[in-house]
Design a protein around this ligand. Structure first.
Ligand SMILES: Cc1ncc(COP(=O)(O)O)c(C=O)c1O
Length: 385
């Protein structure tokens, strides 16, 4: 394995930028894949299978600590190269924050459209950097429509959502990083899914580098949604029951104003499902539903065992890993990659959910020393229920 790279700009020859002096970077994308042995041991004990578990630490990205940072870095650099000075983007939160940050650094104006339920913390970052926030009275679907109208009326470039070539080009470098760090592609890839840029970009990365690595294949995608906003899971389950009839990928529900507490993943109208579903089917993957009310229990367990504080969307991914095991979707001998897409600082409200050891006291007699192992047992029991 080679030395750690500083950022995804290591892959400049594969990126659509001509002059490297235009690069706008906060050291993003050169992030570690960590092996989490405690999960491997759990799987060995409970399911009697041997797997490898690596987590991709996007929370360590230098920009805003999410897996949107590589896209925003590439976007800001391209805009600098072409002299673009007005841009706009609709986002559930993390793309908005990341684009606002990088475009601010490059001195490019960015109008950001966020849905009604987007986190205050996202809004605060965008505003603090001097970019314009438009908070829609409505959900993400409505937000995207208004943003598109604004772009057209004002003749301003707009991000083309989950199939935006800049986002895809940047995120495809995940594949290059995994090959560099692991020496192979993982067998299984697990990610919380909203619109699906992640899997679309992985597919692009694999296709692009197949000439150098003949036989390189996409991982089996296991894509996770919380039960309060799960249109892709619903569509997939229906297709499975009906044995994937012709045109199954065009049959998906639309959830208006999804009442989820994870705005990052609140894509109620999954316009990209036709692309993602075919991709998932082609690798024998699946969509997995998890209980949104239980994600804090997963985040607490991970914080205890690994000292990594997850954001809610990352906790959904971890919950999806455990659910996939229950459903027998992970097999003996496989290597599994979990995409930790964000750390807890992206959702400060979620930090409060991590409190569980506090005892309110009046006097010293009520205070006794503790053993951390008691908490360990409680935390593992909580995710098993
Ligand atoms: C932390 C995190 N995880 C997962 C997702 C879903 O990403 P995708 O566009 O691949 O659906 C997002 C973005 O929406 C995110 O910010």
């Amino acid at each position: 394995m080679e030395e750690k790279v500083d950022s995804f700009w290591e892959y400049l020859p594969y990126l659509p930028l001509i002059d490297p002096t235009n690069i706008v970077t906060c050291m993003e994308g050169g992030i570690p894949l960590q092996q989490w042995n405690f999960l491997e041991e759990f799987v060995k004990n409970k399911y009697n299978i041997n797997i490898q578990v690596h987590v991709y630490r996007n929370d360590l990205n230098g920009g805003t600590g999410t897996f949107k940072d590589v896209s925003a870095s590439l976007a800001a650099s391209i805009f600098k190269e072409y002299g673009v000075n007005q841009y706009c983007v609709a986002s559930t939160g993390n793309t908005a924050t990341s684009y606002a940050t990088y475009l601010s650094i490059a001195g490019i104006n960015c109008s950001v459209f966020i849905p009604e339920n987007a986190l205050k913390a996202s809004e605060a970052f965008i505003s603090a950097y001097g970019q314009q926030v438009f908070r829609t009275n409505g959900d993400y679907t409505k937000t995207k429509v208004i943003a598109a109208d604004y772009a057209r009326i004002n003749n301003i470039l707009i991000s083309n959502g989950n199939i935006d070539p800049i986002r895809v080009e940047a995120k495809k470098t995940m594949v290059f990083e995994w090959l560099r760090q692991l020496g192979k592609m993982p067998d299984v890839y697990i990610q919380a899914i909203s619109g699906g840029t992640g899997p679309i970009a992985i597919d692009k990365g694999v296709r692009e580098i197949q000439s150098i690595y003949p036989g390189l294949k996409n991982p089996r995608f296991l894509l996770v949604q919380p039960d309060k906003c799960d249109p892709m899971v619903q569509a997939w389950e229906k297709a499975e029951i009906n044995d994937f009839p012709t045109g199954y990928e065009k049959d998906f529900p639309s959830i208006d104003n999804p009442e989820t507490t994870i705005p990052t993943l609140a894509t109620g109208h999954p316009g990209t499902y036709p692309i993602i579903a075919k991709l998932v089917k082609s690798v024998d993957g699946s969509f997995v539903r998890i209980s949104e009310d239980k994600i804090a229990a997963f985040a607490r367990l991970i914080a205890f065992e690994s000292k990594v504080m997850l954001g809610p969307a990352s906790a959904v991914c971890i919950a999806g890993f455990f659910e996939s095991l229950k459903k027998g979707l992970i097999k003996d001998g496989e290597s599994v990659l979990l995409n930790i897409g964000e750390g807890v600082n992206r959702a400060p409200e979620f930090v409060n959910e991590m409190i569980y050891t506090t005892k309110n006291i009046d006097n010293v007699e009520q205070c006794k020393p503790h053993t951390m192992n008691t908490y360990r047992e409680q935390l593992w029991a909580a995710i098993e229920n």
